[in-house]
Design a protein. Structure first.
Length: 133
């Protein structure tokens, strides 16, 4: 019984361990991940394009009507559900190519996570993000 309680506590801690501010190696992105109800959401706060031009627009968006919106504050992560070991079933928006992909976020340790985005499995790419704060 006690072992089960410790396992449940560790799982709950792991679920929340991805909340915070993260550095992505793609264009030095800084993404803020927060809980949104029972899901996760993540917004782009900074990156190479935003540093070069704070008013940078989402020019690569596949939806032409969205290309005028600012990159800073754009929602990149949405719809993830905790499955006991990772956040899965969500969507990852990549402003570099304007595509939206199926995603999975797996906590590695307190200061790193793996973000996998897939067009369709097995066409996937995984990046390691590191905690900023």
């Amino acid at each position: 019984m006690l072992t089960m309680l410790f396992a449940m506590a560790a799982a709950a801690q792991s679920a929340d361990s991805v909340v915070g501010t993260w550095h992505s190696p793609v264009k030095n992105g800084i993404i803020d991940i927060q809980k949104c109800g029972s899901s996760l959401c993540g917004t782009l706060q900074s990156g190479d394009d935003i540093k070069a031009n704070p008013a940078a627009k989402d020019v690569n968006n596949k939806d032409e009507a969205q290309r005028g919106r600012q990159l800073k504050g754009i929602q990149m992560l949405s719809g993830f559900s905790w499955d006991g070991s990772a956040w899965s079933g969500g969507k990852v928006y990549n402003p570099s190519d304007g595509g939206t992909y199926s995603g999975k976020i797996t906590p590695v340790d307190a200061n790193s996570l793996k973000l996998r985005g897939c067009i369709i499995w097995p066409a996937c790419k995984t990046d390691t993000w590191t905690r900023v704060r």
